[in-house]
Write a protein that binds this ligand. Structure first.
Ligand SMILES: [Zn+2]
Ligand SMILES: [Zn+2]
Length: 336
């Protein structure tokens, strides 16, 4: 086993053109108690990684390695680790640790834990040859998905699934999706499998075409009015100016869920146009492990189609630049 590995780190957060990511040699991490180490095979590229690199998301640790959609093979068990065996293919997700004792953890809401840790923000993630995970936070991955298809499920899929639950879509209801990247194209398929009519609003022509190919009822411009009132809507684009049109598109009693970790400012709302008639506006913050287990079971049941665009691991900076410029259709993944 070599002592050093190649890993990307966020050096100085800023616009991607200034090269905030560096590829460095780092010590191969050793798994601690009840942790396991994986050899990374694929790591998905999430918009959160871009927010971190560009400084929209404040760094929580210097020179952290991003990446929280990690598909790897267990190659070393830490002391007392019993859940996995060497050779298992597992997923390392965003939620890396919760305290287990705060008022949120003890009431089934560990996504709101007061002292959580997140992969690729507080602890090193998967833009590297190896990563370490607490065994209780890793996922078994469904059979029938290759590494590139399954990686985007680990954040894009899970967070989108929680957003869909929070959006309170009735069975067979009318769902609006604003922004259509990695998370949205997975979430749309879950809604369609439950009989929803899905309307997609996005500026990219390729994304509109992908939406229609996956079975969306309509696809229009980013702030277009959908052809019918919506029971529920999810805002995936990190664009606060889309909140008013998305609220205006809701039927009476409808719900708009904002899925992202970062959103540009929301303009002034008009009570009558945007909130009255019992419309609900809410956010989505991380996820519980149960959300992840439920989603992965559902993904296997309905056999989601994941549109993944592979990049070599040593081109992670190019993948993030393309994501920022809307040049990725579906989800970008880094392949070791
Ligand atoms: Zn807690
Ligand atoms: Zn993510």
């Amino acid at each position: 086993m070599p002592d050093l590995m190649k890993a990307w780190v966020v050096d100085r957060a800023g616009p991607m053109e200034r090269g905030p990511l560096l590829r460095v040699d780092k010590d191969v991490p050793e798994p601690g108690p009840r942790q396991v180490r994986v050899r990374v095979r694929v790591c998905g590229v999430c918009r959160t990684d871009l927010h971190l690199a560009e400084g929209d998301l404040a760094p929580r640790r210097g020179r952290v390695t991003p990446g929280h959609e990690v598909v790897g093979v267990v190659d070393r068990l830490g002391p007392g680790a019993t859940r996995w065996r060497e050779g298992d293919r597992i997923g390392v997700p965003w939620l890396a640790h919760t305290c287990g004792v705060c008022r949120f953890c003890v009431s089934g809401r560990e996504n709101l834990c007061l002292s959580p840790r997140f992969t690729g923000w507080d602890v090193d993630g998967g833009y590297a040859e190896f990563a370490v995970v607490e065994e209780a936070y890793a996922y078994a991955l469904p059979e029938g998905f290759d590494d590139e298809e399954v990686a985007p499920l680990l954040c894009a899929g899970i967070i989108g699934y929680r957003a869909l639950r929070r959006a309170n879509l009735p069975e067979g209801g009318r769902l609006g999706i604003y922004g259509f990247g990695g998370s949205a194209h997975i979430t749309a398929q879950v809604a369609l499998a439950h009989g929803a009519r899905v309307h997609v609003m996005t500026r990219s022509a390729e994304a509109q075409a992908l939406a229609l190919a996956l079975g969306a009822t309509s696809a229009g411009a980013a702030d277009a009015a959908p052809p019918e009132p919506l029971d529920s809507a999810i805002l995936f684009a990190p664009v606060g100016t889309l909140v008013p049109p998305a609220l205006a598109a809701l039927d009476r009693g409808g719900t708009l869920a904002i899925a992202g970790i970062h959103l540009s400012d929301i303009p002034v709302l008009n009570y009558e146009d945007h909130l009255f008639e019992e419309r609900t506006l809410l956010s989505v913050t991380a996820n519980t492990r149960q959300d992840g287990e439920d989603f992965l079971a559902e993904a296997a049941r309905i056999h989601l189609r994941v549109s993944a665009t592979p990049y070599p691991m040593d081109h992670a900076d190019a993948a993030l630049r393309d994501l920022g410029a809307d040049r990725v259709n579906g989800a970008a993944v880094l392949v070791a």
